[in-house]
Write a protein that binds this ligand. Structure first.
Ligand code: ZN
Length: 149
């Protein structure tokens, strides 16, 4: 099963989660959520700062960083560590694993995989205790595959 991201559902669900977590609702937060919901593919926090703080003057730099930090910690954004995407984020949903198209930058998602349980037997064999894991899945989406044929 895969789920195509659609901006509005992400925007609505992320904002509802922030309200449930008693995060203060502000105009700045609305503007930042709108920006992220409309972004295509991955982005950096500094891209948001450049556009919303320096070009539009609509929000403050700390507001951008606080919002991105909260969204990442709650699973609404995932930070990437790949060679060409270091320090970038993609939209996600708590409990889901983003799939990143390297052709168009589009994001899809599947239910998150618990690598710890998959790797447990091998980790036990070498006496390694897992503290954290990082899985990034890159590939080519169906639309891009069809346009290449
Ligand atoms: Zn694609």
């Amino acid at each position: 099963m895969s789920t195509h991201f659609n901006d509005l559902p992400w925007r609505t669900a992320a904002e509802a989660a922030m309200q449930t977590a008693h995060q203060r609702s502000s105009m700045a937060r609305h503007i930042i959520l709108d920006w992220i919901a409309c972004s295509a593919g991955w982005f950096t926090t500094e891209t948001i700062v450049q556009q919303l703080v320096y070009q539009q003057g609509s929000v403050s730099r700390p507001s951008v960083y606080r919002t991105v930090d909260w969204l990442r910690a709650a699973g609404w954004l995932v930070r990437l560590h790949g060679q060409h995407v270091d320090r970038t984020y993609v939209r996600s949903l708590p409990g889901f694993q983003p799939l990143i198209c390297t052709n168009c930058g589009g994001i899809q998602a599947i239910a998150a995989v618990d690598l710890g349980s998959v790797l447990a037997p091998q980790l036990d064999c070498v006496g390694f205790r897992l503290r954290s894991q990082c899985l990034e899945i890159y590939g080519v989406c169906r639309d891009c595959q069809q346009h290449r044929e």
